[in-house]
Design a protein around this ligand. Structure first.
Ligand code: CA
Length: 225
């Protein structure tokens, strides 16, 4: 049975959400504190994590889960749209986020997408080009054998680009591959993530070693770097 750990202190959210997830056939374990969530993550297939918790905030909970070496997907619940930048920008280790108030159907779709990605990653081969290696099964990326810390979306973006190294990947394809669970995501989200990814790779947009912008089309990961 797929085990979901729900870390949320507000019972008006956690109670209906627990019922809905159980109806979908998931085994749900609820925690009202961040500390409880960190412990429970050990055996979870997915963690749904509220950002605002009474003891440790959600960003720290996600970091502690990653610090334990756990690759479990984390779906963050944020109370305000401006918290999204915080979650995405801080490299907390969250794989996706939903802003409150959310529609139950949307949240369940995100849950399914994260679980599906996890199972398709298992047993997948490494992809490597030049100095960059993407270990798909472990959800880790390396630059010149040093690990780079990527958010879930940055990782997916790098994976798609590296898997298609030498070819232009269109903006539409990238939006579809990386933001499939969020079809309403604005296209500038892609540019923000490319920019963060470049920074982490030490790349220069004006004189790229890795990621070249192909104007009007998309992006190309260079295979002769
Ligand atoms: Ca809360």
């Amino acid at each position: 049975m797929t085990r979901i750990v729900l870390v949320e202190d507000d019972p008006t959210i956690s109670e209906p959400l627990t019922r809905a997830l159980s109806r979908e056939g998931y085994d749900v374990e609820w925690h009202g504190s961040g500390a409880g969530g960190v412990d429970a993550a050990d055996t979870a297939d997915l963690v749904i994590l509220d950002l605002g918790l009474p003891d440790i905030d959600g960003v720290d909970v996600a970091r502690r889960i990653r610090d334990k070496g756990l690759q479990v997907p984390i779906l963050m619940l944020t109370a305000r749209a401006d918290e999204v930048d915080l979650v995405v920008g801080l490299d907390a280790g969250a794989d996706d986020y939903v802003t409150k108030p959310f529609r139950l159907a949307e949240l369940l779709a995100r849950v399914r997408a994260l679980l599906r990605r996890r199972s398709s990653d298992e047993g997948a081969a490494d992809v490597s080009v030049g100095g960059v290696r993407v270990d798909v099964a472990a959800h880790r990326a390396f630059l010149d054998d040093k690990e780079i810390q990527l958010s879930g979306k940055e990782f997916d973006l790098l994976h798609v680009l590296v898997a298609n190294a030498g070819s232009v990947v269109s903006r539409d394809t990238l939006m579809h591959e990386v933001w499939a669970a969020d079809p309403g995501a604005p296209s500038k989200t892609l540019d923000m993530h490319v920019s963060w990814l470049r920074r982490k790779l030490g790349d220069d947009a004006t004189n790229p070693r890795f990621i070249t912008t192909v104007r009007g089309m998309g992006f190309r990961f260079e295979n002769d770097n």
